[in-house]
Design a protein around this ligand. Structure first.
Ligand code: MG
Length: 333
């Protein structure tokens, strides 16, 4: 018996009846020889970690555009926090931790530069959603267009991680909730760091239910999900904590996500992304060869390929390209 087979056996004995089991995966688009060490979801996790789109998350905005401080979240540290929350919950519920981790690490791979400002800009000029793009990254953009050939369960979790999504596995549901828990909490921390918010401004009723510090609130939410999802075929929170979390999210929208101080630069980012889109749609020869050959292959619309190129950019690369195209050489310092 290989090590992988032993690990699969252990899953059958140990995991909750509601967990996704590696051996029962619906499998990959293209069949592959199994690894002798790692079950399928563990292998998928490693593939995502080693892909180029994952490394680019390091220089993509989470909420605050190109902040000067060293301690603001980026799309990469956000992804790691989602993964951490998801693994804690999955482990406590005896769900498949490898599957939850793989989905979490892959969920934002398709995110544009400049956070949701970039996403909105591309969605205005062409239909664009970052969860759909994340799936495109793993299915047909990575590995020179061959994709990562991930299992069905990981792809389902990535595609359905948004609030309105319905992942089929409980591990996918865990990631969907962990994403929300992560961003609400770390965005409060970053907003406090940026002088946009003080802890005292968070309404007292929310503080009473969730806690008065970031650590307490994160702890309350994670505990609440675990306690309320034990031995159940669903992932849920208690009414009280869930309501307080929704109220906190609303509070964040009003005070942080739509705050002119945090969003003051956003119009510039939207403009920049739109200009890049219009430029490359007219001058596809300015894109790297692989995108030009994708257009020639004619499998999807030219606009989609331009979106692939722009969504893949880091904030820095987008600004650099913008400078190259629109700013006269002599004016650049
Ligand atoms: Mg996310």
């Amino acid at each position: 018996m290989t090590i992988r087979e032993q690990l699969e056996e252990r899953e059958l004995e140990y995991l909750s009846p509601y967990a996704a089991r590696s051996r029962e995966s619906k499998g990959r688009e293209k069949e592959e020889t199994e690894c002798d060490i790692r079950p399928v979801f563990q292998r998928d996790r490693d593939r995502i970690l080693h892909c180029k789109a994952f490394r680019r998350l390091r220089q993509k905005t989470q909420v605050f555009l190109l902040p000067d401080g060293d301690h603001y979240r980026t799309r990469l540290t956000h992804t790691l926090e989602v993964s951490q929350n998801a693994r804690t919950i999955a482990k406590a519920l005896r769900l498949n931790e490898d599957l939850a981790e793989a989905i979490a690490l892959g969920h934002d791979l398709g995110h544009t530069p400049f956070g949701h400002a970039g996403e909105r800009a591309l969605n205005k000029v062409y239909h664009f959603e970052h969860n759909v793009q994340s799936l495109r990254v793993v299915e047909c953009l990575e590995r020179h267009g061959r994709g990562l050939n991930l299992t069905w369960e990981v792809r389902d979790g990535i595609l359905n991680h948004k609030t309105a999504g319905h992942p089929v596995t409980l591990e996918g549901c865990v990631v969907r909730l962990s994403d929300k828990i992560a961003y609400i909490n770390h965005d409060i921390d970053d907003a406090t760091r940026g002088g946009i918010l003080t802890e005292d401004e968070i309404p007292k009723e929310i503080q009473r239910v969730l806690g008065a510090s970031g650590k307490e609130r994160l702890d309350t939410m994670v505990h609440d999900v675990i306690v309320n999802s034990m031995e159940r075929p669903e992932i849920r929170m208690s009414g009280e904590v869930s309501q307080a979390m929704m109220d906190l999210r609303k509070f964040m929208f009003k005070n942080v996500y739509l705050n002119p101080k945090a969003k003051g630069e956003e119009m510039k980012a939207v403009h920049l992304v739109r200009q890049l889109f219009e430029y490359y749609a007219e001058h596809p020869e300015g894109m790297p060869e692989k995108y030009q050959s994708a257009i020639r292959a004619g499998k999807c619309e030219k606009e989609q390929i331009v979106c692939d190129f722009i969504a893949g950019m880091t904030d820095h690369y987008a600004v650099m390209k913008y400078g190259e195209i629109f700013v006269p050489q002599a004016w650049k310092n």
